[in-house]
Design a binder for this molecule. Structure first.
Ligand code: MN
Length: 235
């Protein structure tokens, strides 16, 4: 009957809206046409996080490093699609690794820009509300959380991240490290906050003093976004 046909037509016209929950993504946003990943714009000016993160670092980090992860992820997925057509899986290990490395880089950087905000204008201070309650429940106190998180960030071997995850199975927050963009990952939990401790994230200002960068970074953490990330996962 026409009512049923109208309903099906309406549903077909808006599949993305109907099939995805309405809350914003934590990391990389859905792609416009589902065929290629795109570099998201920075949510503030390149100099907005100064003096804690300098404008030149932000510009290079976003427009060169993050852009390269987007390109690398698209390339890896293109090559895997070609392999499915040709049946030639001689390079399956290479492209699978590339997909994990660049996919991790794209997702984590997309999250990273959003969990920071200009100091005093959304960035810094102490968390409140649900995210503060979750931190206290999981770590005992805010100070215990920041001490563990900073220690994890400072101790990452080589290039990597310290990440605050939300684990849906028991509702707990946990702190993990990641080497590169993906190694040391666990399963069943999702990052809601992270600090990039690759040298490209801080070297121009801090050189080898990573601990100074980590200490300064707390001044730009966007706790409202972190709470939103938590809530979007049902926490
Ligand atoms: Mn980076």
């Amino acid at each position: 009957m026409s009512t049923r046909r109208s309903f099906l037509a309406a549903a077909a016209a808006a599949p993305a809206v109907l099939s995805m929950h309405a809350l914003p993504a934590i990391g990389a946003e859905p792609t416009p046409d589902g065929t290629a990943h795109v570099l998201p714009a920075l949510p503030y000016a390149a100099d907005a996080l100064e003096p804690h993160i300098d404008a030149k670092t932000m510009t290079i980090h976003h427009s060169k490093h993050h852009a390269a992860y987007v390109a690398g992820l698209n390339k890896a997925e293109e090559e895997l699609a070609k392999a499915r057509i040709s049946g030639d899986y001689a390079l399956i290990q290479h492209w699978s690794k590339q997909a994990a490395f660049h996919g991790g880089g794209h997702w984590l950087h997309s999250m990273f820009w959003k969990v920071m905000a200009p100091p005093g204008r959304g960035g810094g201070g102490k968390p409140t509300g649900k995210i503060m309650a979750a931190i206290v429940a999981s770590f005992g106190s805010y100070d215990a959380f920041t001490a563990q998180f900073s220690a994890a960030a400072n101790a990452v071997e080589g290039s990597g991240w310290a990440l605050l995850h939300y684990r849906q199975s028991d509702g707990k927050l946990l702190i993990l490290q990641a080497e590169n963009q993906h190694k040391l990952s666990s399963w069943g939990s999702t990052p809601i906050l992270g600090i990039d401790v690759w040298e490209h994230a801080y070297y121009l200002t801090y050189q080898n003093r990573r601990a100074d960068y980590v200490k300064a970074w707390w001044n730009v953490v966007n706790w409202a976004q972190v709470e939103q990330n938590l809530v979007s996962l049902g926490g």
